[in-house]
Design a protein around this ligand. Structure first.
Ligand code: SAM
Length: 332
């Protein structure tokens, strides 16, 4: 039997985000779907399918543009389970809606930012009572948990909505894991290496000398370091996540680490979208100077990112990255 949403549940509530046009950043982000390093989703898809039962409701938390949802639907080839995509970005969620609005298996909820409390809503504040009463069988979060600054509160809310024996599947490449292959990169840490290489290039190569005075301005450089850490957050060790899960009432079932090759050109194409976060000091980031960077400066930044990557990866077309997978369950 095909999946049935609880009575009275609206797959997509009539909210402003759902009415807006598709946005460029979301469309650009979504191209990672075609990148080889996005095979990082495969293990999560397999683990979910192993435990999938008829009638299950899965929450794709931080589901973004719906790439995991798409892969899961393709791999499972069955219509007896439902996926609720929950995300804090209205623009990403809008693109997910575009993809799945006609698919009765998929529904959508936005996590709102509560201005007065200066925090994002928690999962049980996003779901309606009929959904909480129905219960949730699995929650997954891919390529996102390293972004949560209310980690304990987020996991505690997951625990409140999950059924006893329900499972969670977490995956991220930005977790320090002592079991990871020593030669594999934490993918976001390439950014700091690119920044270091770019500073060297600017100092040493006359054609980049225009930007060398910026390097001498300590305050300017420091504020761009802070900005870089906002785009690419400092990496936390696996124990941070394991401890947070355990203290939120979960039992760790599996910890897996995988090495996944990333194509240098594809990673460049991803990073070039976030040029301001990577090398904003080249020309000055708008969020710091208040002035929009010109097209010329943006092109220079991207060029310098690419040259710096050549310096780091040499003649290699690809590099190895590590991804951590954690499966946990809520005991009865
Ligand atoms: C890198 S994308 C990953 C999207 C998708 N899960 C995937 O694997 O392609 C990170 C997602 O996390 C969402 N996100 C960022 N901070 C969040 C938070 N604090 N709580 C929930 N979601 C968050 C973003 O809006 C974005 O959609």
């Amino acid at each position: 039997m095909s999946f049935q949403w609880p009575t009275g549940f609206e797959r997509c509530p009539k909210e402003d985000w759902a009415e807006t046009p598709l946005e460029e950043l979301a469309l650009k982000y979504d191209t990672v779907e075609e990148h080889g390093w996005y095979d990082n989703l495969d293990a999560t898809v397999e683990l979910i399918i192993e435990n999938l039962n008829s009638g299950d409701l899965i929450i794709d938390y931080s589901g973004g543009t719906g790439i995991l949802t798409q892969r899961l639907l393709m791999a499972a080839q069955r219509d007896d389970f439902g996926i609720l995509i929950v995300d804090s970005s209205p623009k990403f969620l809008r693109l997910a809606l575009e993809k799945f609005q006609d698919n009765e298996q998929v529904s959508f909820r936005l996590i709102n930012f509560l201005r007065d409390e200066r925090r994002l809503q928690l999962l049980d504040e996003v779901l309606t009572t009929e959904m909480i009463e129905h219960g949730v069988d699995m929650i997954c979060s891919t390529n996102a948990i390293h972004l949560y600054n209310q980690l304990d509160e987020t996991l505690a809310a997951w625990n409140r909505v999950l059924r006893p024996n329900g499972r969670i599947h977490i995956q991220s490449g930005n977790i320090r894991n002592p079991s990871a292959d020593e030669d594999a990169w934490i993918i976001d840490e390439t950014v700091d290496h690119i920044h270091q290489a770019a500073m060297k290039i600017v100092q040493e190569q006359p054609e980049w000398a225009n930007y060398s005075t910026m390097l001498e301005d300590e305050e300017y450089m420091k504020s761009h370091d802070v900005l870089r850490d906002k785009y690419f957050l400092p990496v936390r060790p696996i124990d941070t996540y394991l401890d947070a899960l355990t203290s939120s009432g979960f039992q760790i079932d599996k910890q897996i680490v995988k090495t996944i090759p990333a194509d240098v050109e594809e990673w460049y194409s991803f990073l070039s979208v976030y040029h301001e976060g990577v090398l904003g000091w080249v020309g000055g980031a708008e969020r710091i100077t208040g002035e929009k960077a010109t097209e010329y400066v943006i092109e220079e930044r991207k060029k310098l990112i690419r040259i710096s990557m050549d310096m780091i990866f040499g003649r290699n077309d690809s590099f190895q990255t590590s991804w951590t997978y954690i499966e946990a369950l809520k005991p009865e």
